[in-house]
Design a protein. Structure first.
Length: 276
């Protein structure tokens, strides 16, 4: 799979499908682009779907610095400019949503539509709790934090479903892949600055998705986004936690697919008029 050198870091990204419309998916903290594998499988026949791994996560290079959200935003801009595919549909989950908000507000010419999943425009309300967990990971490795982190990342419906034990085990194994250097990325999320004062700048069609059981970025954070982003639609996914793209993949696929179809259809008359 391709890599690109961005701001002194080798970034890993993957391209699936060959549709005219391009969807870029930006993952949440501790994971990789693989967290969207259900969405990729569902959408790749109709769209070009691109996933990428954030700096220091997944298969992207671990660097000493560059983990502040505004620095990662600059990385995302550089990636989109490298791809040179014109304005794209951009979907971000949690940390990926922090990228999406900044992109849509600051570089609107790059973003055709925005999908915000389990994310927030505000700063981190649980700094003390997450800082303690991060110190433990730095000292002893990720395994000491697996249980509390799994309970933060996933809803109880998913974790306690006996028919999905293998899937839960798979994501626990994905979590354990993180090295101690993951604390750099975690610090970037914990100490991020809010961008609530930039929401009024987001003019593109926006879909906001949040799991009903999300405790990392609770439903009220998504309601706040919906209130302050003009062209936004909010959907609360029943029974899902903070990683609803995995937990309720079918519901997410349906919501994202319907949203993209609607956005593309509305854009066609405008493009036709501009040509004539």
């Amino acid at each position: 799979m391709p890599t690109v050198r961005i701001n002194h870091c080798n970034y890993h990204y993957e391209v699936h499908g060959s549709g005219k419309e391009v969807l870029v998916l930006s993952h949440g903290l501790l994971w990789s682009g693989y967290m969207f594998h259900k969405q990729v499988a569902h959408l790749k026949d109709d769209y070009t779907v691109i996933t990428y791994d954030h700096r220091g996560q997944g298969q992207t290079e671990v660097t000493r610095g560059g983990y502040d959200m505004d620095e990662l935003y600059e990385d995302a801009v550089a990636l989109l400019e490298h791809l040179n595919l014109g304005p794209v549909h951009f979907g971000g989950l949690s940390m990926g949503g922090f990228m999406g908000l900044r992109l849509a507000a600051r570089r609107p010419e790059l973003i055709k539509s925005l999908i915000l999943m389990e994310t927030s425009a505000l700063d981190e309300p649980n700094k003390t709790k997450y800082t303690i967990l991060n110190v433990l990971v730095k000292l002893f490795g990720i395994r000491v934090a697996v249980k509390p982190v799994m309970n933060i990342m996933f809803g109880q419906k998913f974790l306690n479903d006996p028919t999905r034990r293998d899937e839960v085990a798979e994501w626990r194994a994905e979590l354990v892949k993180n090295k101690r250097t993951i604390v750099r990325a975690v610090d970037g999320v914990i100490y991020r600055k809010g961008v609530e004062n930039e929401l009024h700048k987001i003019k593109c069609p926006t879909l906001i998705l949040v799991g009903e059981q999300d405790i990392a970025t609770a439903v009220d954070r998504s309601q706040h986004l919906h209130k302050h982003i003009p062209q936004s639609k909010l959907t609360v996914v029943k029974g899902a936690g903070h990683t609803a793209s995995v937990e309720e993949g079918d519901a997410y696929n349906q919501a994202i697919g319907s949203f993209l179809e609607e956005v593309v259809k509305k854009a066609v008359p405008e493009e036709t008029l501009s040509v004539s």
